[in-house]
Design a protein around this ligand. Sequence first.
Ligand code: 0O2
Ligand code: 0O2
Length: 212
Amino acid sequence: MDRIWEEFLAPYDQAVDELKVKLKGIRSQFKIHKEHSPIEFVTGRVKSTASILDKAERRGIPLDKLEELQDIAGLRMMCQFVDDIKTVVDLLRKRKDFEIVEERDYVTQKKASGYRSYHMVLLYPIQTINGEKKVLVEIQIRTLAMNFWATIEHSLNYKYSGKYPEKIYERLQRAAEAAYLLDEEMSEIKHEIREAQAFFLKKEIGKDDKEG
Ligand code: 0O2
Ligand code: 0O2
């Protein structure tokens, strides 16, 4: 990679590295408190130079304005259940180490492709030898089912450059529906588990009262 790219991408690398530690730290804190973690796992990446140039061209963004792209630094937070997404969003809104500049809710308003995910765009400050520098970072928050669908669709998109044969398009739509139903089913099970736990807790308390 040439020096200009290296210099340009360094702050994004730093932002992704720092945020990965911080966001994974949220999961660890839930674990320490023996509570259900709304975060299953976290991944992060800096966009490749080829993808940056590609997106800038599609958007008509000149080379001296590349920092306008919101997802050069990108993180993904995967959740087990749909309502964990809201918990994560609320946790991020309370943080003081970055500013949220935009939110896009594709969970309640899925994209025409079938894509579902909650996007947050942050202005994240990094400390450099030349002082503070703020960079845009995109965080995608989604369930494991949403992630499965998006990962498969993303690779197919590469193959067909977004122009799917009718059959594949229909299957992707059906797969998106199946992923949605899977999330619904899992939410139901989660509810059942909580009810069962509450029931047993009540029974235990009742037993203690009689014995005591
Ligand atoms: P643990 O204890 O394994 O959960 P790194 O820089 O090494 O921290 P990197 O390079 O970002 O991580 O790796 P990647 O592939 O982005 O994955 C980050 C974390 O997500 C890793 O966990 C993976 O194990 C986990 N991960 C990736 N894909 C899946 C998946 O499909 N399901 C689950 N459950 N986890 C996945 P850690 O941080 O090593 O910790
Ligand atoms: P990457 O690194 O390949 O994932 P645009 O980027 O023009 O589509 P916008 O408004 O800039 O749109 O941002 P949007 O749609 O909120 O988020 C863009 C990112 O969300 C994409 O990044 C994908 O990661 C993800 N995404 C959005 N729509 C879809 C979809 O239909 N299928 C899948 N699989 N992912 C989607 P990039 O640019 O693809 O980068």
